[in-house]
Design a protein around this ligand. Sequence first.
Ligand SMILES: [Zn+2]
Length: 178
Amino acid sequence: MNHTKTSNMSTDNRLSHQPTMRATQTDIDQAYMQIALDLAHEAALAGEVPVGAIIVKDGIIIGRGSNAPIGTHDPSAHAEIAAMRDAAQKISNYRLVDCTLYVTLEPCAMCTGAIQHARIARLVFGASDPKTGACGSVVNLMAEPKLNHHTQMSGGIMAKECGAELSQFFSARRKAIK
Ligand SMILES: [Zn+2]
């Protein structure tokens, strides 16, 4: 239908090392989480709390986002929202069916709501967020039976690495303030 769309799907959006037949779901999840972690690091370099997210559909990354509320003066500019906006534009559809969202930090209530509105099939997150996490830490909106869309969820993927990126950022910032 749209030939330019197809050519945009460069090999760049696939994993550089395509998982073999023997790769487990965990191997695949970790490989994608590493890409989200690179986006989190980009956020840190811009002085934003390091959170990164990607959207994967049929083995292709169709959306990327870094946390950027300070730089954009936008309280909704969380990594998940940015990745979902990017993906929705790319496929010209506000519904991101059959997509997996990878994010380095447990989504907040705003992002969890947006994930449900977008009909994301599966959510994979890294570190838990005891302060604003809405996928089990503070509340669990994903487990609310009255909400009509149910996203499959896996938490704690590369939690140590994702958490380390955040703690390094905050400890550097504390040092800078002193
Ligand atoms: Zn959020």
